[in-house]
Every structure is written in C-alpha cells, then in structure tokens.
Design a protein around this ligand. Sequence first.
Ligand code: ADP
Ligand code: MG
Length: 621
Amino acid sequence: MEKKEFQAESRRLLDLMINSIYTHKEIFLRELISNASDAIDKIYYKALTDDTIQFNKDDYYIRISTDKDKRTLTVTDMGIGMTKEELEDNLGIIAKSGSLNFKKAVESKDGYDIIGQFGVGFYSAFMVSDKVVVTSRAFGEDTAYKWVSEGAEGYTIEETEKKEPGTEIILTLKESNEDEDYDQYLEEYTIKRIVKRYSDFIRYPIKMMVSEHRKKEDSDEYETVMEEKTINSMVPIWRKNKNELKDEDYENFYSEKHFGFDKPLKWSHMRIDGMLRYDAIIYIPSTAPFDYYTKEYEKGLELYSSGVLIMNKCPELLPDYFSFVKGIVDSEDLSLNISREMLQHDRQLRLMAKKIEEKIKDELMDLLENNREKYEEFFGNFGKQLKYGLYSDYGMNKDKLKELLLFHSSKEKKLVTLKEYVERMPEDQKYIYYATGDSVDRVDRMPQTELVKDKGYEILYLTDEVDEFAIKVLQEYEEKEFRSVSGDDLGIEEDAVEEEDKEEGKEIFQEMKNALGDKVKEVRFSKRLKNHPVCFATEGEISIEMEKVLNTMPNSGDVHAEKILEINPHHEIFGKLKAALKNDKEKFGLYTELLYDQARLIEGLPIEDPVDFANKIAKLM
Ligand code: ADP
Ligand code: MG
C-alpha cells in the first residue's frame, strides 16, 4: 500500500471543503452523480467510434445505496473507471486555476452555487464525510485499485478486486452536530429530494432501493417491501421535441419551477446547434412579481450543464432590460470540466446571452405585431423596465429597444409605437411632438398642446417619470427629432402678432420680467397658445417634468428648468395687462404674479405661497 500526500493546491482546496460552512452541502451528491454520468458518457462516446464496444443503454446506470449502521453512502457507476495513474492524477491533483478561482469566489460572495461553477466536484464529498473510499476498475483493465483518504493528510492507494469495470465511491459520513445534520444523507427521503432537485434530468437511470408500501396479494393487509427503483425522470422537457409538447406542458413546467404564480404570457423553446450547443426555454411572465421593481429582485436563468443544475439564477444570461424573463438553459458544451476555465466560461455565457437576448426581442416583436392586446398587457407590467434599459448605459441599447416602446397618443387615445406615429405624420410635420405630465388626462388639458393639436398633429403623452429621459436619449426616430410641446421651438409657422402689439409687448414683458426676477428667464408672446391665457415654455435640456423628477432624488442638488412665461397675444388678458400698466401699477403687479402662479399650477408645480395667492385673488374680486 502506498501512502501519498496531496499536492499543495489540492490540499488547500480540501481544507476549504472540510471546513466549509457552505450552506448547500447537499450538492456533494450532485457532484458525484455528474461524475458518474460523465464516466458513462465516456464509454458511450468510445462506443460511437469503436465497433468492438456495444453500448446497450439499459446496462448503464448509477446506483445509490446506504448503510445506516456503518453510516455510509455509496455511489456506484458502470462508467469508464480509472486506472491507478488516473486515480492519482484526477483525485490527487486539481487544476490550479480551478482551486484558485474557487477560493476567490468563496471569498467574494456566497449564495452562488460556486462549487458547480468551478467544477471542484469530487472534493465536495469531504464537506459531509470523514473518509472517502474510491474503488475503480478502468474499462479494458483487469486490475482494480482502491483509493482511500481521510482528508488533508493524504491518501493511500492499493490493488483490489472488482468484478465489473466502473467506479464505486463510499463516503463515511461525519457525525451530526448542533449545526449540521449529516444523518439525513442516509435517509431515502432526503436522497430522493436531492436527486430530484439537482439531478433529475441526468440521462442515465439513478437507481436506489426504496420502500414500497403496498397491499398483500389476496389480503387486505399492507406490507412494506424494498424495491430497486429509478429515482430520476431522465428526460427534461427542454430535451423533448417541440411537437411532442403541449401548451399545458410548458405551463406546468413554469409553475413546477416556481417561475411565477401567473400563467406565462409567452414562451419560446430554443434548440441551438452551432459551435456551442444548447437548449433553452424562456418565458415572458404575464404579471410582474411583487418585488420586481425593487433591489431585492434577482434576474437570471437556470443554468444546466448536460442536465445537471449548475446555478439557479445565472444573471449573465439576461440583460437588465429583459430581467423579467424566466427560464432555463442547458448546454452539453458547458461541462463542469470546461467551466474550470473562467475565461472560456464567460465567453460561452456571453455567446448564449446574446442569442437569448435576440430571441426575447423577436418574441416581443412577434407579440407586438400579432397580439397587440397581450403586448399591451406585457407593456403595462414591464414597459417601465424597457424604458429604463433604453435610458441607462448612456443609451447604448436604444436601437434594440426603441421599437418595443409604446406611448399614449393624443389622436388615437390609446398606446402607439413610434413607428405607427411616424408613418402617419402629415407631410408638413417636421418633428415628433410629446408632452409630459402626471396623467393622460392632465397632459391632454395642457395649454401648450393647443397649437400642435390645432395643426392636426399627433402628440405622445409621456406620463412615466422615466419617459422623458428615454426620449432625450433617443433624440430622434427615423430621422425625426423629438420636440416637447413646451420646448423653445416647435417648428411650426404660426400667425404673426400685430406689429403694434409687438412693440407694446416688449415694454410690458420687460416690466413683468422685472417684477418676477429670477423666477423666469423671460416673458414673451406665446406662439403655441390658442385659447388659454398663459403657460410656461422651457429652454435648454431640463424640462419642468424633469425638474420634478430630479428634485425627488436624493443628492440631486437644486435642479431647475429654465422657465419662460408665455402670454397669449390673442387672449383678452393681454389687453388687460396693457391697460393696467398704463393706469394701475399695483394691479399690473398683481396680474403678473397671478399669471406666474397659474402657469405653475398648470404644470402641477407647487405655489410658493398659497395664502398669498389666495389673498391676491380675493383682492381682485
Ligand atoms: P470534474 O468533474 O470537473 O473534472 P471532479 O473533481 O468532479 O472534476 O472530478 C475530477 C476527475 O476525476 C474527473 O474529471 C474524472 O476524470 C475523474 N472522476 C471522478 N469521478 C469519476 C468516476 N465516477 N468515474 C470516472 N472518473 C471519475
Ligand atoms: Mg465533476
């Protein structure tokens, strides 16, 4: 019998495992099962190219057994087995990068399924056991070897007998203590649960002796008999043929997986057969989870490697703007082996993420074009997220998202896309007009919309806080610039003001500006008002709605829109102002302040001094 020490790296990793406070210790079973499945795969692949090997699927399976008296849990496979050298190389040495990355990950964050990600598989057995015995006979060899280790001290290796090729791994479980129950891994129930959770879709049978409660023959009595049963279902829904599956199957899977309590609005079953092969099922939920717009919400898809769950929520697979999507991805090429190489791992994830993102976009476009009602339901739930996505990262993703937006239309009285808007623009209309406010009703009554409406142009009503920010990032759609109805230049030729009024206006407005001081940048005639006496226009980047939003944010400083008080030259108020300036300076002052306050009220801005405002009105009455 030879006694050997582990390599330094392996020893470090083993120490980590033995003393692990990792909360998902149960994944050791998944790791052993995937290794067993990999080992059977290797025979399977050998058989593909070697005629002398018959691969009869029924002969290959994985067995789990327990011995409560000895406190052992055994995993046996009919796989390729290991030679003496392989036992030493594979179980005595671990790829440097693997352990280092693992260590880094352990130190940086928990909660993640780091072990699966880094493929430090076999060693995880030491999280639950004091002693591990691996007996293996390599395919095509007569001699078997026994590898025994009781932890970081090292291992022994010696010749032994084994009838069949394959590997048997016997774990002697640690004693339970206050913090940790190791005895549970001897229970049929626990093992079944763990297998169901992580390894249900392993493509070989996982067999175990299970107790069966059944009726005795020719009697009413029941008896408990032990019977060997396959405890995994083997074929995952995503591996099945699409035409074998009904809507119901996809809906059941959605709820089985606890993706949501709702019925999914839409799903897509992808089978990608390129350089990187994978299957995926993605779902668009019909309602937003209660925590969707909070920091607690975690995006991500379930990630499997050849049917073995690696991660519950892999965030790299979804962009933030599609964070509502649920589903799973399973790749044969993303083996636990390969995943030791972090870089490779990342590159593969990125490739998959890109495809998945395109698919989600296609599905949404399809919904938009072919089932408008459902799309509007979707947009009601997740539209805000798309708009945030458009606006964030300096608008990097705007071109991907702009077609998916909907805004309320002044003309259609319903939600429209930008494309629909632009397609029906009259020839003389140069810009895409929008107006912002708290609600559709409120925006609809805004005086600033008068001229544009009068011209017969459509206006988009922006009622979400994020809307105007998104529009600003977009700047234009199909070369049509966005213009706010409150903005400086509407690009509409309007009727001229009488020369005489213009002259008088200058003087009046200068007086008004003097009275108002810094509150406004300018007072002037309005080109956009038709019936209403007064309104604000703004100059520059910040609109009044943006001022409101920004001022609700912490540490935003004091942000102000540059307001211009506009007076309707055709409204009788202009005559009144003219007269007051000539005859009654005090009244002129009152008018000015009241008009200013009215403009604020119209915008939904608070009045600086409501009592003063009320008194002024009373005075005039
Ligand atoms: P990984 O599976 O990511 O390679 P593990 O630590 O789980 O890492 O396993 C290390 C290696 O040990 C495997 O790559 C494989 O070569 C070998 N091995 C482990 N278990 C078995 C088994 N049951 N049969 C054959 N080889 C095995
Ligand atoms: Mg493994």
